[in-house]
Each structure stands twice: as C-alpha cells, then as structure tokens.
Design a protein around this ligand. Sequence first.
Ligand code: TXA
Ligand code: MG
Length: 310
Amino acid sequence: MKSVQSNIKKAKKYLDKKHCIAVPTETVYGLAGNAYSDNSVKKIYRLKKRPMNNPLIVHYLNMNRLKDDCHINDHFIKLYKKFCPGPITFILKLKKKSRISKFITNKKKTVAVRFPKHLLLRRLLKDLDYPLAAPSANISTRLSAVMPSDVLEEFGLNIEYILDGGKCKIGIESTIINLINKPTVLRLGGLDVSKIEKVLNKKVLIKTNSKIKIAPGQLPLHYSPGVPLRMNAKKPKKNEAYLLINNRKINLKNYFYLSKNRNLKQVAKNLYSLLRKVKNKGYKMIAVEKIPNFGIGKTINDRLKKASNF
Ligand code: TXA
Ligand code: MG
C-alpha cells in the first residue's frame, strides 16, 4: 500500500514539472501530461512522433471537473451515468473559457474526453489540479501498450516514469462517440455499440471510415505489429505464426492462443500482447483465425483489418 502511495506521489511530481509519463488505464496505457500546459502537450506529440493535427483525449476524474472545460448535453449525461468511469470517449463542445491547451484540440472547438476506470490512475487524478492529456502509449501507427514492458519497448529511455498498474483489463482502446450532433461512433472500442444504443434508446451512426480523417484510428494502417498480418485464416502458411481462439487437438510450435474457448473478452485482452510476442519471436508473417463479428469481436476485427493493411 505504501509503495502505491509513493508511486502516485512520484507520478504527480513528474507531471507537475510538465514531464510526460506512462499511466495505466483499463483499456491501454496512456502517455500522459498536464492538459492545461502547452509544453507538456507538445512533449507528448514529440515523444509519440504524432502529427500535431491529430487531437488527443483528455482524461478526467469525474463530470464536476469536466464542467470547466466542456459543454455537456442530455446524451452525454445518460451515457456518463451508465458507463463512466469506463471505456468510452465523448467528443464534446469546448467552452470558450476552457484552459485546455490548443495543441490538444488542433485549435478546433471540440474536444475528446474520457473518465478512466483504473483505480491507480483515478487516485492520481484525484491528487492533480489539472486533467491529463493522454494518447495511447505507443509510437504513432504501432500497437498500443497493455503492459509496462510494452511501454518500455516503445519508448526506451525516453520515458521518464511508468506508473505500473499491471496488465490492462480490457486491452483494447475506448469506444469514441461524437455527441455534438447526432450521436456518431468514430472508433469501435471496449464498449459495445449496442449497449450505447440501448441507453440512448436509438440507433447511433457508425462512421469509423469517414473520408475526413480526423482520427488516426480511422487511417488505413494503424495498430500494426510491424509485420504482415492475415485475417480469417483457416490454416497457417509456412513460417507464419498462427493465432487461435479455440483449443486444438494438435499443438504445433507456431500455434499461439488468444483464448482456448472462444472467450472474446479474453481475445481482446491478449490481442496486442500476443501480436507483440510473436513479432519479437522473429515471425515475419502472422495469420489469425476467424473472429466472430459480434460484441467486442467487431472491435477486434476492426483492429486486425487496420493491422493487415501492411
Ligand atoms: O482507450 C483509449 O482511448 C486510450 C487511453 C489511453 O485512454 N487512448 C487512446 O488515445 O486511444 P489515442 O490518441 O491513441 O486515440 C484517440 C483518438 C485519435 O484517433 C484521435 O484522432 C481521436 O481520438 N480524437 C481526439 N480528439 C478528437 C476530436 N475532437 N474529434 C474527433 N476525434 C478525436
Ligand atoms: Mg492510439
């Protein structure tokens, strides 16, 4: 317990000094900095090698703190009450008096906000007097990090501190919904769209491949393990790593399990770490067994499709 407290204190110290650090969330690790500081935010872009016109998500403890920065609406309140803290990001209208750095929003009048569930990060947010800007803690276009060792692999010594919160429970990024006009999902994620529709009591639009490329999650190559990947593979080709979701009678040395019993939550949780693992083992090609396209399976297929545009 004592070490948890001292780690949070250390994390706060770095952030107060305008450094960026890695923080755990329930989805993936974030590369975090003070959202009210231009310098902190510019460091995030630099470290991540992210184009400056690609806006960041701001992480808050709760709605009270958010009210300084954003206009909220009925749809937001309904979804907030049901799902927050949790794996959903909202696009809202920025308030004129907001102190959010203009580099986060690419000078737009909208901002992406989210309320992470990981207890360690919540304790840290409670101690800060600013929200945290945090994209996923990986170099642009690569796989997100779901463990401290992944963050190290991405940034090496360039990252000054990693708040260790273990392996991320969900393992795949948040669902992004634009609530400014008609509710529109911009990125599939850890929260199932059908659950959102149930709460809003209506169908929501899904524009994950919008022609206006505002979100890089919408760009063709993203979430890439750095080697070619093939989806819906019935069997592996020579030298391919084969990722499976069902136990096999025969286990070959190139077989790797995302799950042994078609548990899609488990598949999501293991996806990025297994892709990293097989890449690091030296495989030059990856084949993935067909993933059922429902629930979080849709998000998994979305990520695999983007990773397969190599
Ligand atoms: O689960 C997550 O959402 C993780 C954790 C760390 O919170 N974060 C994450 O951030 O995935 P990032 O930067 O990798 O992806 C955020 C996406 C980007 O595709 C960005 O373009 C989009 O959100 N975005 C940010 N602000 C936006 C805005 N105002 N309008 C539309 N899209 C926006
Ligand atoms: Mg990302």
